[in-house]
Design a binder for this molecule. Structure first.
Ligand code: ADP
Ligand code: MG
Length: 383
């Protein structure tokens, strides 16, 4: 069955199977660059009639980002992905919990250290038009962080902007223009150039391609991938569906109503989703359209309000496998082997029954595996 799944990839099935079985972690294992521990963020509190309407946007989440990896945060709109991303970058303060950057608690940093950290972690937003000042030229938009953080002397700033524009695939001659003179995809390239101007080590892309035409999405995804490999970046990518991130992420964390329900290496997650919510999301992705009918039976009803999430397992009201304990106890995010974690009381029984769509590995993964294999061969050949 393995051979069929790899059809057309041009790679040795044995190699792919071996690397796949290994959890595909060799190039990006190691201690975390960024780590959230018990992070919560509640919004509001001033409800009607004295009853506080608190939204638990993020509820006791722990998650580590490894240096050099692309980690995707996936879940339906309102599940808390953007809030978690902002908490990890300290763009908002947590209601509880801590964030460690390379092992240091960033809540305890001095202002100068925090400023440096702000530079090292940049955000690319969904809507470039809303996040780029319409009155500023591209030269100023991209050059501003260089000036703010004193990353280059004034005489070199223009040359640096030109270089950044070339890096993201825009003609430097157009640096005098304003954002509205560019297409959506080009504007997103400007946003990426501005983020890169800070010489960051980590970029949070908050639905960076969701507002773009499908044809343009792939170009921006490829650009991010390429920049990541070229500049050694770490990427945290927020997306509402599983289709886009399959082709660019090393690991995926699935969120539901403020909690992480499953984290796994991308291929493992797509091939054997363990959590019923992951199974439902996956069955609903276009790439597995034969399973679309199944999706409807896997996911019932709408997402409940985050103001009053269901007790026990938040997902039990929509879960076809729910049983009495699910209404009473919240499942812990427990280890499920190979570094993956899942929050479901019955994942062992459910895993086999899932709509596990066996998709071929992404081109990006195949490319990386080939690079990895070549590097290993070179190492073995060295005297
Ligand atoms: P996602 O990015 O997954 O769509 P968000 O993190 O934006 O989810 O939001 C999670 C929940 O928190 C939603 O119910 C949203 O309405 C709420 N929320 C987010 N930001 C705020 C805010 N600034 N004030 C009040 N509620 C908020
Ligand atoms: Mg969001």
């Amino acid at each position: 069955m393995e051979e069929g799944a790899f059809g057309g990839s041009g790679q040795s099935p044995a190699l792919l199977a071996a690397l796949r079985g290994s959890g595909v972690t060799p190039a990006w294992s190691g201690p975390p660059i960024l780590e959230g521990i018990g992070l919560s963020r509640h919004f509001g509190g001033g409800g009607l009639f004295g009853r506080p309407a608190v939204v638990r946007a993020v509820d006791d989440v722990s998650l580590a980002v490894r240096p050099g990896e692309t980690l995707a945060l996936v879940g339906e709109s309102g599940s808390g992905k953007s809030t978690l991303g902002r908490l990890l970058l300290r763009l908002i303060e947590p209601s509880a919990g801590d964030v460690l950057f390379e092992g240091r608690n960033i809540g305890l940093l001095r202002p100068a250290e925090l400023a440096r950290l702000r530079r090292e972690m940049q955000v690319v937003f969904q809507d470039p038009l809303a996040s780029l000042n319409p009155r500023m030229s591209v030269e100023r938009i991209v050059g501003e962080p260089i000036w703010l953080h004193r990353l280059a002397p004034a005489s070199e700033r223009r040359g640096r902007v030109a270089e950044l524009l070339r890096t993201v695939g825009l003609p430097p001659e157009q640096m005098g223009r304003r954002p509205h003179e560019f297409s959506g995809g080009q504007r997103q390239r400007i946003g990426i150039a501005r983020a890169l101007a800070c010489e960051p080590r980590l970029i949070l892309g908050d639905e960076p391609v969701s507002a773009l035409d499908v044809s343009v999405q792939a170009q921006i995804v490829n650009l991010l991938e390429e920049l990541k490999e070229r500049l050694g970046l770490t990427l945290l990518i927020v997306a509402h569906g599983l289709a886009v991130v399959r082709h660019m992420s090393d690991r995926v964390a699935v969120m539901y109503l403020g909690r992480i329900v499953e984290v796994a290496a991308t291929d493992a997650l797509y091939e054997t989703p363990l959590h019923p919510y992951t199974q439902a999301l996956l069955a609903a992705t276009p790439a597995s359209s034969p399973h679309a009918r199944r999706a409807r039976t896997l996911l019932q009803g709408d997402m409940p309000s985050p103001v009053r999430p269901p007790p026990g397992c938040h997902f039990h009201t929509r879960c076809v496998h729910a049983r009495p304990p699910c209404r009473e106890r919240a499942p812990a995010l427990e280890a499920a082997g190979d570094g993956r974690r899942v929050a479901c009381h019955f994942w062992r029984e459910i895993a086999g029954a899932g709509a596990a769509a066996v998709l071929p590995p992404s081109d990006a993964l195949v490319r990386r595996l080939a690079l990895f294999e070549a590097a290993q061969r070179a190492r073995r050949a060295a005297p």
